[in-house]
Design a protein around this ligand. Structure first.
Ligand code: ATP
Length: 223
């Protein structure tokens, strides 16, 4: 007998914002997810991104989770010294939770880019994929993704409860035209980020002087 599925949302979260949180809340409601795990990715220090340290990104994710019932933080990727492949994290989670279907949440941009992911064809052996709409990213699928959908898409919520992995759900969430890149540009321009991210996260950013013009780049544009 399986327990209800959980959602897993991986991301850089630099910073976490409503474009991450609203689709995750809506997926939790629509699919009856027992919880949503926010999984901050480990980013090598030499990469241009992230703008904040792992500790700061984690602190902001914790603040966001604290005000959302059913949201928890999974720190496993940050605790490692090297970046993790999503496939390895899913295999590990499946071992930890053998009776729980896993729903890996992602935006449409991530689905379209999936063929560049390490061992991407194996992801569905370990989790379902739940894909949120994202403005600017049309469901204009390249051939390998169209094939994947033809074989794995479901419109039955029950499939995500009765099977541990292997189905793709295309969500009908409220589209939110926001990216962390756009939010950083807004902050770097000294503008007010209110309602684009949780208030405690906005307070943390202000208190720590994050994403200020001297830290980030004001050349970034758009949301
Ligand atoms: P950046 O602008 O720094 O690249 P981002 O805002 O795209 O960041 P990530 O942390 O890279 O955020 O994204 C983590 C996950 O959240 C990805 O699966 C991405 O598709 C999804 N996501 C981010 N923003 C949105 C959004 N506005 N709507 C739907 N999904 C989103």
């Amino acid at each position: 007998m399986l327990t209800p599925p959980i959602g897993i949302l991986g991301g850089t979260f630099d910073p976490i914002h409503i474009g991450h949180l609203r689709p995750a809340i809506e997926a939790r409601e629509a699919l009856g997810l027992a919880e949503v795990r926010l999984l901050p990715n480990h980013i090598p220090p030499h990469r241009a991104n992230p703008f904040c340290s792992s500790e700061q990104r984690l602190a902001m994710v914790r603040l966001a989770a604290a005000e959302n019932p059913g949201f928890v933080v999974d720190e496993r990727e940050l605790k490692r010294d090297t970046p993790s492949w999503t496939i390895d994290t899913l295999i590990e989670l499946q071992r930890d939770l053998p009776d729980t279907p896993l729903c890996f949440l992602m935006g449409m941009d991530s689905l379209l880019g999936l063929p560049s992911w390490h061992r991407w064809r194996e992801l569905l052996d370990h989790a379902h994929l739940v894909v949120s709409t994202r403005p600017g990213w049309q469901p204009d699928y390249p051939a390998p993704i169209a094939e994947l959908l033809a074989r794995h898409q479901t419109r039955e919520v029950a499939d995500l409860h009765r099977l541990r992995h292997g189905r793709i759900w295309l969500a009908d969430n409220l589209p939110i035209e926001l990216s962390a890149t756009g939010l950083r540009a807004l902050l770097a321009a000294g503008r007010d980020p209110r309602y684009l991210l949780p208030a405690p996260v906005a307070d943390y950013i202000r208190q720590h002087g994050l994403y200020q013009p001297s830290v980030g780049s004001s050349a970034e544009e758009g949301f």
